[in-house]
Design a protein around this ligand. Structure first.
Ligand SMILES: [Zn+2]
Ligand SMILES: [Zn+2]
Length: 87
């Protein structure tokens, strides 16, 4: 079970606001990489791929944190407007 560098070709892109497992990406513990791959086994090292997060709560927490970040981003133009009104 060694990484041969093949997994790089299947490397999955990170999509903000979406759980990697939720959109079908799989993680290889040996290559330490997320992949877009239909088989349950790594095309690179042959190790069984992880298709679910180790801890569901972690994924949920992550989603909540992303929502909070979005809310903060949305509030920025509002603050700018407030400053303009004062000036
Ligand atoms: Zn690999
Ligand atoms: Zn692998």
């Amino acid at each position: 079970m060694v990484c041969k560098g093949i997994c790089i070709r299947h490397k999955a892109q990170k999509l903000p606001g979406l759980g990697r497992y939720a959109i079908g990406q799989r993680r290889c513990q040996i290559c330490e990489i997320f992949m877009v791959w239909n088989s349950s086994f790594c095309p690179c090292c042959g190790y069984k791929l992880r298709t679910k997060p180790r801890n569901m709560n972690y994924e949920v927490k992550l989603r909540i944190r992303n929502k909070t970040n979005n809310a903060m981003k949305n509030s920025v133009p509002f603050q700018n407007q407030f400053v303009l009104d004062v000036v």
